[in-house]
Every structure is written in structure tokens, then in C-alpha cells.
Design a protein around this ligand. Structure first.
Ligand SMILES: [Zn+2]
Length: 449
């Protein structure tokens, strides 16, 4: 892997560094074309597709063609380093044979940059005597669904006699209690596997993800997941990798464990003030209980929490988790806070990707081989680049804060990139900041008194 890595000691990873990292990855994409049919380079096709996700503008490329004709240069050239602008169909054809894992190095370069700059440390949590754990939440999400179009990588769902073809993926995401940002890691796709006669599923995909991970990316990791992950073979695999877990544990799917813990848990009651209201937290916990029936069952630690409003007595939250982390009176609170941070993968990651401008579920292209999964990966990467910019680019961060809603920020970016060609990403940021500070017609503005 020859992808650019941040140099030790440098704290800024720029937009240009990210695009360069993307270009390096694209240079490894397979291109089986021969002869005359090679006018458009793979770089143009892949950067073109990515630019649509980054700008959140489906018509970005057609507008850049107009800018190119009018001014002799365009944002597709200056920002995304494209030489030519292929048609949408051309882009889809060229990208279909490219496996989404070809982009893993770009995710890794971002992770390394966050580590080098110290930003990753703001995600680390102290769990008891263990220090600096990173919480990696796992969750499955669908990004394509059709009743008619399908490919060899589709999963098949039959409900009420109706067949549906769909694509799903597990999106490992670094989260932390109290952090409003999340860090996307390369997804693992839920897709039929060679040599496996049964359908693929979320848990199988999670196992493949874990198997591939080098120590560097899961060092001191605690995995978070819903009840599906509180499953013995998976928990054992996590432990084998010297990682930890905090998984939701529901009574319906863990009858033996709930029988075992009846009337034997330790209770701890805590009054917490959230700045507005007092809440009563009741914890019930116990160590070393069997996860399932049978003498050879894996033993885990169990903690249950109920949150009630002190004034009204109304129940605000209830959940239960299993973990391999030791439970003690002083660590219960942080274990629960970490377990609860799991919802961030649904809210801050998958929900943002579906409803906040990324349109993850929109059919950008299905293809015959990898197209749908490659485009979904590019969409995730665009989200990661935006997060990186919030960490690394002071001007970007300022604009995101001043403009408030994500929607407004991207609307402004979209409009500007359609009408004006900018020399660089920095010029675009400067233009927006200047516009906010000084209206262009301020000197001639007539304000009635
Ligand atoms: Zn398919």
C-alpha cells in the first residue's frame, strides 16, 4: 500500500491531502479496457462519482461542464483533479468492476491522520483500570432495495409472499459518549459468499470485518452492538482478538441468563442532575453469569439500568447490557454511558446518511458486479471527509458553526460550486467567510432610518 500517510508531528490533513489519498487508491482500480475506448481515465470516473457525494449535488458534473465551457476551468478540475467529465453512464460502466475494498486505504489514511493529530484521543474512554478504549459501534443498514432489479450480490428477502432484492452493509463507526461526531470505518458488505450455500447476514459480515482488522485499528477496542451481537460465537471471536464488548441483552433472546440473574443482582441507586431535571438511575448488576444454556457456556457480566424522572416517577429509559469489562460500583456509570453511545451509530451515522443530504438509500446505480456497493462506500467516505474537515480545517469548522444547520451549509456550497469556479477548496472557504463578514454591496446599501 503506497497511500500517502500523514507525517508524524503534522496536525493538519487538508482537503487536498484527502483528494490525493483518494487518487492514490483510484490508481489501483482495475481497468480492463483496451484499444480506442479509453478517452476517459479511471481517475475522471471515480473522482467524478465521489464529487457528487462530496458536494451532495446530483447535477454537479453537468454544471461543471458549463463552467468549463464558460471559464476554461471548473471545480471538477480544481477541487477534484478531474481532466475530463465522463457521462453518468460511462462512470457507472467504468466503476462496476471495482471492489469497494479498493477504497479501504483512504479510510485508513484518515484514521492515521486523526491519530497523529491527537483528535482520536477525544474519542477514548477510560473503562475502570483499562485506559484509552475506543468504542466501535456495529450496525447493519440497507442501501439498496428493489422488487425487480437484482444482481449476483443482492440478498433476497421474502415477506408476505413478496420478493425483494436488497443490499446491506455493516458500518463500523467510532463513537464516544458526549461526542457529537462519529468516525466512519470501511464497511463490510452483507452479500452472498462463495462456498456458502446459506444467505449472508449481518453477524457473518461483522465476523468477516473483525477477521480482517489489523491490531492497529482495533487496539484497545470495545465493540458496541444491539441484542443480535450478544451471541456467544461472536462474543468469543471478539475476545480472541483481545477486544472487549458491551452489547444490548434482551430477555426474549436470553432466557437462561435472565433466569440466572433473578433476585441475585446488586442494586445501586444514583441521583443525577442533567442541568434541568433530577433523574434517578437504578442499576442492577452481577458478574460471571452464563450467556446461554449448557455447561460450557461463555460467562459474561450483566448490568441493567432504569432511569426515572425524580419528580414525576416517569420511566425515561431502560436497557440491559452484557460485557466482559469488570463491573464495580465506580465503573457501572461509564459502562452504561458507553453502551448507550451505541445509538449514535443509528442517529449520527446511519440516520445522517439516509436523511441529511447523503441519500444513502437512493439508487445511484446498481450495476452487475460492485457498482451499488462502491457508490455506497464513496458516500460513506464523503461523510468521513466532511467529519475530517470539521476536525482539521478551521475555516470549514467556523462556517459549519455560523451557518448552523447542515442543510443550509451544503445548500450554500452546492449553489456556489454550480455558479463559480474556485481555484481551491481554501478559496471557496475564504469566499464564504468574507461574504458572511462583509455584504458585497454594503457601501451602496440604503437602509431606511
Ligand atoms: Zn444487487
Amino acid at each position: 500500500m503506497n497511500n500517502k500517510r500523514p507525517i508524524k508531528g503534522t496536525s493538519v490533513y487538508t482537503f487536498e491531502d484527502m483528494v490525493e489519498s483518494l487518487k492514490q487508491a483510484i490508481s489501483t482500480f482495475p481497468d480492463k479496457r483496451t484499444g480506442k475506448n479509453t478517452r476517459y481515465k479511471m481517475q475522471d470516473a471515480a473522482c467524478g462519482a465521489f464529487s457528487v457525494f462530496f458536494t451532495q449535488c446530483p447535477s454537479f458534473l453537468s454544471h461543471q461542464q458549463l463552467l468549463q465551457q464558460r471559464y476554461g476551468f471548473s471545480n471538477s478540475r480544481t477541487l477534484f483533479r478531474m481532466n475530463d467529465i465522463p457521462s453518468d453512464n460511462h462512470i457507472r460502466d467504468l466503476l462496476d468492476p471495482v471492489a469497494p475494498s479498493s477504497l479501504d486505504s483512504v479510510f485508513e489514511a484518515c484514521f492515521d491522520a486523526l491519530k497523529q493529530s491527537g483528535h482520536l484521543d477525544s474519542f477514548r474512554v477510560q473503562l475502570g483500570e483499562r485506559k484509552n478504549d475506543l468504542l466501535i459501534a456495529l450496525d447493519g443498514t440497507e442501501y439498496y432495495s428493489s422488487e425487480t432489479h437484482h444482481c449476483r450480490n443482492c440478498s433476497i428477502r421474502i415477506r408476505d409472499g413478496q420478493t425483494r432484492f436488497c443490499h446491506g452493509m455493516v458500518t463500523p463507526t467510532i463513537v464516544a459518549p458526549g461526542m457529537n461526531k462519529v468516525i466512519s470505518c470501511p464497511p463490510e458488505f452483507i452479500t452472498p459468499q462463495d462456498g456458502d450455500s446459506k444467505q449472508d447476514c449481518e453477524l457473518k459480515a461483522a465476523k468477516r470485518y473483525l477477521k480482517k482488522q489489523g491490531k492497529k485499528y482495533i487496539d484497545n477496542a470495545t465493540f458496541l452492538g444491539d441484542d443480535l451481537y450478544a451471541h456467544e460465537p461472536w462474543c468469543k471471536q471478539v475476545l480472541k482478538k483481545e477486544c472487549n464488548f458491551i452489547f444490548v441483552c434482551k430477555p426474549d433472546s436470553h432466557k437462561t441468563l435472565y433466569e440466572w440473574i433473578k433476585d441475585v443482582t446488586v442494586e445501586k441507586i444514583e441521583d443525577r442532575f442533567d442541568g434541568k431535571n433530577h433523574q434517578i438511575y437504578t442499576y442492577n448488576y452481577i458478574e460471571n453469569v452464563p450467556l446461554r444454556d449448557g455447561k460450557d457456556a461463555l460467562h459474561v457480566n450483566f448490568v441493567e439500568v432504569t432511569v426515572k424522572d425524580r419528580k414525576t416517577g416517569k420511566q425515561l429509559y431502560h436497557n440491559a447490557f452484557i460485557t466482559n469489562h469488570p463491573l464495580a460500583e465506580e465503573t457501572i456509570k461509564i459502562i452504561i454511558d458507553c453502551g448507550r453511545a451505541r445509538w449514535k451509530i443509528e442517529n449520527e451515522n446511519n440516520n445522517t446518511l439516509k436523511t441529511k443530504g447523503y441519500h444513502l438509500e437512493h439508487n445511484f446505480g446498481h450495476g452487475k458486479k460492485y457498482l451499488a456497493s462502491l457508490l455506497a462506500t464513496m458516500n460513506l467516505l464523503a461523510f468521513l471527509f466532511h467529519t475530517m474537515l470539521e476536525f482539521m480545517n478551521k475555516k470549514y469548522k467556523l462556517l459549519r458553526t455560523v451557518l448552523g444547520a447542515r442543510k443550509r451549509f451544503f445548500n450554500d456550497i452546492r449553489t456556489l460550486l454550480i455558479y463559480f469556479p474556485f481555484k481551491s477548496f481554501d478559496t471557496l472557504m475564504d469566499f464564504m467567510i468574507e461574504g458572511l463578514q462583509k455584504p458585497h454591496d454594503l457601501e451602496t446599501l440604503q437602509v431606511p432610518i
